[in-house]
Design a protein around this ligand. Structure first.
Ligand code: SAH
Ligand code: SF4
Ligand code: F3S
Length: 455
């Protein structure tokens, strides 16, 4: 294939966390200047990139079945005399199992780790003739080489945006692959973050969610050369005119410092919502997980955060069936769910991951027991989530409208606590904030009516 015939349509399929969502957009932005346009399905594409997640076994296995499907699509297309479909694997499976993919899936043309996305255009060009692999942790900073998205591309993505400020993790929880797939903690310089934020706001973004595997461990170089914490960075971001809302995720309890808690008290832009995973409510299991905090220290932290911002909604991740977890340990997890008053959680059955310490524990828990505990935990969190939603009925608060609703004449936005809010209103409100009086709750969302002037 010659350069002039180079394929130009890319489809990126995203798995895993918000950091992958952000990365997928940045990959698309990196490809755009080389003439690649995004398409909505693999069927239309010349290159399909799977942006993968390695966090649980199920997530990683999905990649291999998807590669199988794409290989079939390629064969069908060749049989019909069409162009060759290229298959790329990016993200955390590429990073952790690049060699395994190369061995198990010869159909894959391109394997790229999360630190090398700026090299994607040249890799795609080279992959037209031979397989290319790049899973290094290069010396250069990919963020310095990734092109900025143009205004129209940002505007098309709507009024909310992610912004990665920190990558990697040094915590080494005993169950987790992230320190291996994403490497050591690195923070972007504050000036770079502020510049990207201003560009996003200039293109119409009203709400920014700062991202990092350990986002509150952010320690970036400040514009004056000093070390900036996340709290300091949020103060600077809050000064950007037009930026109405700030959020951040995901945080580790041990990195919630005074400056960050004070930001929750002092910044009206910082939404009263915090995802602060506790993982388990048993000190014995927390120690075995190497979480380096206790139930008491976590609950004390929650008290300090609530003292700073009374109406904050807390959410968590939980792992059930960690090796050695007894009925008593699990009962303690149900207790902390109640005591910390979580309003939502992502909860998972423990999945042994290659290379992590917990995977080789002899005390693995039977699958059916894990399933039963997961259902019990989810039933309790569902009840707490429903009670929280119900407590919003009768309140009036600002909603940032994001898109049309499913019903005619309806638009949908998010509450300060992140629940979807549906109202009957004109589409011209999309991208804007407006106060809504909440009249009811249904499923996981709220509905209400516009009450007054629009900001
Ligand atoms: N940095 C974040 C979480 C990153 S991973 C934090 O510290 O909380 C997202 C979630 O996946 C984790 O919070 C954990 O609940 C879950 N997870 C990670 N490894 C897992 C495993 N081996 N089995 C099941 N769930 C896991
Ligand atoms: Fe994984 Fe723990 Fe790091 Fe979170 S803090 S990414 S759970 S090792
Ligand atoms: Fe998955 Fe990688 Fe995110 S393992 S959860 S995509 S950091």
């Amino acid at each position: 294939m010659t350069a002039s015939e180079a394929p130009k349509k890319i489809h990126i399929k995203t798995y895993g966390c918000q950091m992958n969502v952000y990365d997928s957009d940045r990959m698309a932005d990196a490809m755009a200047p080389s003439g690649w346009v995004g398409v909505a399905s693999p069927e239309e594409a010349d290159l399909v990139v799977l942006n993968t997640c390695h966090i649980r076994e199920h997530a990683a296995e999905k990649v291999f079945s998807e590669i199988g499907r794409l290989k079939k699509l390629r064969e069908e297309r060749v049989a019909e005399g069409g162009s060759r479909l290229m298959i790329g694997v990016a993200g955390c499976v590429a990073q952790a199992e690049g060699a395994e993919i190369a061995r198990r899936a010869p159909a894959v043309d391109l394997i790229v780790g999360p630190q090398s996305y700026h090299r994607l255009p040249e890799m795609a060009a080279a992959a037209a003739t031979a397989r290319v692999v790049d899973t290094d942790f290069p010396e250069e900073d990919k963020f310095d080489h990734l092109p900025a998205p143009d205004r129209a591309r940002v505007a098309a993505r709507g009024p909310t945006a992610f912004l990665t400020v920190q990558e990697g993790c040094d915590k080494f929880c005993a169950f987790c692959v992230v320190p291996y797939t994403r490497g050591a903690e690195v923070s972007r310089p504050a000036a770079k973050v502020l510049e990207e934020a201003r560009r996003l706001v200039d293109a119409g973004v009203r709400e920014l969610t700062l991202l990092g595997q350990n986002v509150n461990g952010y320690h970036g170089e400040g514009p004056d050369g000093s070390d900036w914490s996340l709290g300091r960075l949020l103060l600077a971001l809050a000064e950007i005119p037009g930026l109405a809302r700030l959020r951040y995720t995901t945080s580790h309890p041990n990195d919630m410092d005074d400056a960050l808690i004070a930001a929750h008290r002092d910044l009206p832009q910082l939404m009263p919502y915090l995802h602060l995973p506790v993982q388990s409510g048993s000190d014995r299991i927390l120690a075995a997980m190497n979480r380096r905090h206790t139930v008491a220290s976590y609950l004390k932290l929650v008290d300090r955060i609530r003292a700073a911002r009374l109406d904050i909604a807390l959410t968590s991740d939980f792992i059930v069936g960690f090796p050695g977890e007894t009925q008593a340990d699990f009962a303690d997890t149900l207790a902390i769910l109640r005591d910390a008053a979580f309003v939502a959680s992502f909860s998972f059955k423990y999945s042994p991951r290659p290379g992590t310490p917990a995977a080789s524990s002899p005390e693995q828990i039977a699958e059916d027991l894990k399933t039963e505990r997961l259902h019990r935990l989810q039933a309790q969190i569902d009840a707490q989530a429903a009670a929280f939603l119900q407590s919003r009925v009768g309140q009036t608060f600002d909603v940032l409208f994001e898109k049309p609703g499913r019903r005619a004449g309806q638009i949908v936005g998010r509450s300060p606590w992140l629940q979807p809010v549906h109202v009957q209103a004109d589409q011209s409100l999309i991208g804007r904030l407006a106060p809504v009086a909440i009249t009811g709750a249904h499923g996981n969302s709220l509905h209400g009516a516009l009450v007054a002037s629009v900001q």
